[in-house]
Design a protein around this ligand. Structure first.
Ligand SMILES: [Zn+2]
Length: 78
């Protein structure tokens, strides 16, 4: 495949690979992550390799083991 790609979000031919630190929605920072970014709307997209890198970083930091939402868990009545 050749860059740039059309952006699925805004349609601009401005999707290019970029290498940046990326912070996920749940607060995990993946340093130097190679991923696709739209220069028109700044939307980020992740190919299989990028997804793999994010997962590898989660595994390395045992990110899933952190009980981030535990304090918000409601106590359900029986
Ligand atoms: Zn876009």
């Amino acid at each position: 495949m050749c860059e740039p790609f059309p952006c699925p979000e805004c349609g601009a031919m401005q999707m290019v690979f970029t290498v940046e630190d990326y912070r996920t929605e749940d607060g995990l920072t993946v340093p130097h992550l190679r991923h696709l970014k739209c220069n028109a709307c700044n939307e980020r997209f992740f190919d299989d390799e990028a997804m793999h890198c994010i997962q590898a970083e989660r595994d390395r930091l045992h990110w899933w083991a952190k009980p981030q939402t535990a304090r918000f868990e409601p106590t359900l009545p029986d």
